[in-house]
Design a protein around this ligand. Sequence first.
Ligand SMILES: *Cc1c(COP(=O)(O)O)cnc(C)c1O
Length: 231
Amino acid sequence: MQDINIVERIKRVRREISAAAVRAGRKPGEVRFIAVTKGIQPARIREAYDAGLREFGENYIQEAIGKIDLLPSDVKWHFIGRLQTNKAKYIPGRFIAVHSVERDDIAQQLQMVCEKKGIKMDIMIQVNVSGEKSKSGVTTENTLNLFNNVLKYNNIVVSGLMTIPPYSDDAESSRVYFRALRNLRDDLVHAGVPEKCLGELSMGMSGDFEIAVEEGATVVRIGTAIFGSRG
Ligand SMILES: *Cc1c(COP(=O)(O)O)cnc(C)c1O
């Protein structure tokens, strides 16, 4: 049975993304969203699938592996969680993209597995723009260096940058961090990183995606605004 709530919530998220894009003079079609399914049961994910969604994001490998097999094979899974090098081998072939690459050794592992499997995979570089100690991500200062390493890997296609701003109840407080990621993108282009490797800005979650879209997000990652609160 279709949960009317999910259908309505998806519509609302789409509407709000479009409105934010228009406010910023952007085309709504420039922004897509992935539905974040950590902690969400497969039956519930299936409802979102039946409502038309095809791109989902998971944070934990073990949890994701069990769920991926239970959902249709045309789902595009994104890995958005903290990634340890010893778990990287489970990613290629299951996920179309990793948003959370923060170190060269992780990229190197992904490259090795992709090469062995004869496939290519998209990655984004996660940047810790706020500099918070607890946050994942490469520092702003080290991002160019990481790009220069990762661009050497033939089976890994770097598509852009990702960030998570410090937690806050006030969506507006995320704006400076989203803007900083966009500025970093521009700086990297000026420093010679190919523009095609910087097309994506993965930023914005349920609490602040409208701000992220106003600041240039190309993909927002939405969990609770679609599935309700977790757990
Ligand atoms: C959980 C999570 C999200 C979604 O968060 P919501 O607030 O539920 O929308 C997005 N991105 C990452 C990296 C997450 O871990």
